[in-house]
Design a binder for this molecule. Structure first.
Ligand code: DAK
Length: 271
């Protein structure tokens, strides 16, 4: 879990051009991709703003869960092709844009991707860098990079393969075809499917549910699950066990277990 300085809570409003941010019930941070004319294509400027917003939510001790969404019509049609057209290999290497996706995965607070409409290419890679994927029943998913002469470059060959296995990943990446929410759910790419009009309602409901838990426990649990993709089973089990012992020393553990015994709802402080 990333260490954050609790004193570094950032209050000042920040003006973004490619995303909108808001807080919900003081405990949920919402970042909405906002380039409707290009179907929320992930330009370098958008990714920079998104990472900045997520880091601000990370540093805000009141925020306990984050939602990333593209709004009601589209999540994202992927990297900005018109921007990439002009980019040489060396430009891309120097810009280090792919790092944004890895940085997002380093945010310690749980992130829900609330997905409506197209979720393609870099858009799907962005969603897969989140922790819980909630999609509308008519959302569409795919890694269509092969259709424009390239391949996934922001985690698609790795995160998709780990999520759905080699043969489904190969099918999607080598054909570039789109799949429905139903198929995406069946192959293990989604956490939940809901009616289109309920995507944000459900994402906020789940976010509040997570926000009511111990933020220490949810942060550590997220870290352990994320590490499951990177460690051997033996090392992962050891990492999990040590983190469990760590949580036994928290005030939140005292409160959670006391509240259970007293048959009341626990109030967690993240201490
Ligand atoms: N980039 C830029 N503009 C896009 C776009 C995109 N990915 N997708 C759509 N648009 C623009 C269209 O050009 C159009 O603009 P105007 O012509 O109106 O100016 C407008 O959005 C509406 O799009 P359409 O007219 O095409 O809308 P339709 O409903 O007919 O079709 C579609 C929707 C999603 C099926 C279609 O737009 C489409 O196929 N889009 C491209 C999908 C795609 O191939 N995505 C993968 C992109 S490659 C990296 C980071 C990540 C990655 C790589 C590098 N770095 C930071 C270096 C990942 C790679 C990718 O994601």
């Amino acid at each position: 879990m990333r260490r954050i300085n609790m004193e570094s809570q950032i209050e000042e409003p920040k003006k973004y051009e490619n995303i909108l941010i808001e807080k919900y019930e003081s405990v949920v941070g919402i970042a909405k991709l906002n380039r409707p004319n290009s179907l929320n294509a992930l330009s370098a400027a958008l990714m920079k703003e998104l990472l900045d917003a997520l880091n601000r939510f990370e540093a805000d001790e009141n925020i306990r869960c984050i939602i990333v969404t593209g709004g009601e019509k589209i999540f994202s049609a992927g990297a900005d092709i018109k921007e990439m057209m002009k980019m040489s290999s060396i430009d891309a290497l120097k810009a280090g844009n792919l790092d944004y996706f890895d940085q997002i995965q380093k945010v310690s607070k749980p992130i829900i991707a609330a997905i409506s409409g197209y979720c393609l290419g870099g858009g799907l890679e962005l969603a897969m860098a989140c922790d819980i994927l909630i999609a509308g029943e008519n959302a569409r998913f795919g890694q269509p990079e092969i259709n424009i002469g390239v391949m996934p470059g922001a985690g698609g060959t790795q995160r998709l393969t780990r999520a759905v296995g080699k043969y489904k990943a190969m099918d999607l990446i080598l054909t570039g075809r789109q799949i429905s929410s139903k198929e995406a759910f069946e192959i293990g790419l989604l956490s939940r499917i809901v009616p289109d009009e309920s995507v944000m309602i459900e994402a906020k409901r789940v976010a509040l549910e997570i926000a009511a838990k111990s933020p220490l426990a949810s942060g550590v649990a997220k870290d352990c699950v994320t590490k499951a993709f990177e460690m051997t089973l033996k090392d992962g089990l050891e990492f999990e066990r040590k983190n469990f012992y760590l949580l036994l020393g928290s005030e939140d553990k005292e409160e959670g277990m006391k509240a259970f015994a007293e048959k009341r709802k626990a109030v967690f402080k993240g201490k």
